[in-house]
Design a protein around this ligand. Structure first.
Ligand code: ADP
Length: 474
């Protein structure tokens, strides 16, 4: 039996701000189907985690976590859920705060978390053979696993879910956080700063990212977020494995959040649209094409393109709903659009999972014109709810959405190539003409119904990767 320990900063259903939580929540389940592997998961214990979960946790042990010259205490709790063991690392100073991220000392908080993970390894009954860390928040755990070696021959994998966020701090913090000889600075430093993500890229045995296209793109300066030189250097150990989604969790036939459940019936899907229109005060008309976005309001998501052309697109007979939170400028823009087009636009500036599911079910089109997209789960959830994705051809969007071709009637969505607002507008208008062409619309929907992005294949690829590491059994 191969033991793998996942280390991450979020995980559904306990705590979620984005796609990372979906992946950490569902990939261990998929891996477990393969009887040769056992996955456990280690997370911070945030205040934000609901009492419903906290009351189910058991105290496991207390540990001392050295952070430079200081020692911090951490308590470890465990919880078994769907036959997976989760460890939660608690420390009031770092994690008893509102929300998950966004503090001036986020870097220090997750260095502490990573250091605590390394310390916790000494106390685990089931020692991992492989430490599989995700994103910058867990990046230092990879570096420290190699440097401190709490477990001899522990192999490490680091998965990049988003290269943009790196956990960057002044280089002086190296001496604050670690009592390590200065020769380790080189592996943790990038452009004169301490960099958690770079530390992981430098030390990991293998590096993965969440789609094959993104694995290629990030070796280019346009997508490399300044780290392309080291990604090129490590390209022999870098692979892209596409994310799947948990199709039990996202299933329009069983989703309790949906007023009307459906498998692939367009008529029943439209009933969800009508109920949503009533609920949100839009003109009630099942035939009005409904375009939605469900997204973090971040520049990454191509919102500048949308801002450029939405006015123009709204001259068409369409409805548009946005569900998202984030950047204040984008929030103000969408609030203003809803104000100016009360008959066509609704802006829901909140994070609400049930509402998200109702939107995926109600919509005809899902717009996702990202500037870059490591994988993207939202377009996969949209497909699962039989909603046609309209995407920019980048990263995982390119790997999962094939543009509809009228001649061959192949393709499960619409896409455009350049980061250019008028290309987006052109493809939006084109989607509308297909919507109004009964025959082509039906053909497109058949392709959407056939799209499958379960974890099965991807889990097999992770298995292959784990097998490629020369794991030492005790
Ligand atoms: P990212 O991880 O970059 O945010 P993904 O597409 O990989 O993007 O994942 C986003 C996830 O977060 C999806 O499950 C999406 O439905 C969900 N999501 C984003 N914004 C909201 C929101 N405001 N309310 C509910 N769910 C949201």
């Amino acid at each position: 039996m191969k033991n793998v320990l996942f280390v991450a900063s979020e995980c559904s259903p306990f705590i979620k701000t984005g796609g990372l939580a979906d992946v950490i929540g569902s990939l261990p389940q998929a891996l477990k189907e393969n009887k040769r592997i056992d996955v456990q998961v280690m997370l911070p214990l945030y205040d934000e985690i609901l009492d419903e979960w906290k009351t189910k946790m058991d105290f496991y042990t207390s540990i001392r976590v050295p952070l430079g010259w200081r020692n911090q205490e951490a308590k470890i709790y465990t919880l078994t859920y769907n036959q997976i063991t989760y460890y939660f690392i608690s420390n009031d100073y770092y994690f008893s705060r509102k929300g998950v991220y966004g503090y001036y000392d986020d870097g220090e908080r997750f260095v502490f978390f990573s250091r605590a993970v390394i310390e916790a390894l000494n106390h685990l009954e089931q020692k991992p053979h492989i430490l599989h860390a995700h994103d910058w928040q867990a990046g230092m755990a990879v570096a420290l696993a190699k440097i401190i070696q709490p477990i001899k021959d522990l192999k490490t994998i680091f998965t990049i879910h988003n290269l943009k966020y790196q956990g960057i701090m002044p280089i002086e913090t190296f001496h604050d956080f670690f009592q390590l000889p200065p020769e380790h600075i080189g592996g943790m430093e990038w452009h004169g700063m301490l960099n958690c993500l770079k530390s992981a890229l430098f030390h990991a045995d293998k590096i993965t990212t969440v789609s094959p296209a993104y694995a290629e793109e990030i070796k280019d300066p346009y997508y490399g977020e300044g780290l392309d030189p080291i990604l090129i250097e490590r390209s022999a150990d870098l692979v892209g494995i596409l994310n799947g989604i948990d199709n039990k969790e996202y299933n329009p036939l069983t989703d309790p959040a949906l007023p009307v459940k459906y498998r692939s019936s367009r008529a029943r899907k439209t009933e969800n649209k009508i109920i949503l229109q009533e609920k949100l005060g839009l003109p009630v008309n099942g035939e009005s094409p409904l375009y939605i976005m469900i997204t973090r309001l971040d520049e990454q998501k191509g919102l500048h393109l949308v801002m450029h052309i939405l006015d123009e697109f709204l001259q068409e007979d369409v409805q548009f709903i946005l569900l998202g939170t984030g950047d204040e400028g984008f929030e103000a823009y969408f609030a203003d659009m809803a104000h100016r087009y009360p008959e066509k636009v609704v802006s829901l500036l909140t994070f609400n999972e049930d509402l998200a599911r109702q939107l995926y079910a109600a919509a005809d089109f899902f717009i996702m014109p990202s500037k870059f997209e490591p994988c993207g789960l939202a377009q996969l959830i949209a497909l699962q709810y039989k909603t046609v994705p309209i995407v920019r051809e980048t990263g995982g969007l390119k790997d999962t959405v094939q543009p509809f071709n009228e001649i061959t009637v192949e393709g499960n969505g619409f896409s455009f190539s350049n980061y250019n607002a008028h290309e987006l507008l052109t493809v939006l208008r084109y989607s509308l003409t297909i919507y109004h062409n009964l025959e082509l619309w039906a053909a497109l929907n058949r392709n959407v119904n056939k799209s499958q992005f379960s974890w099965k294949n991807s889990a097999q690829e992770y298995m292959k990767l784990y097998d490629s590491l020369d794991v030492q059994y005790a």
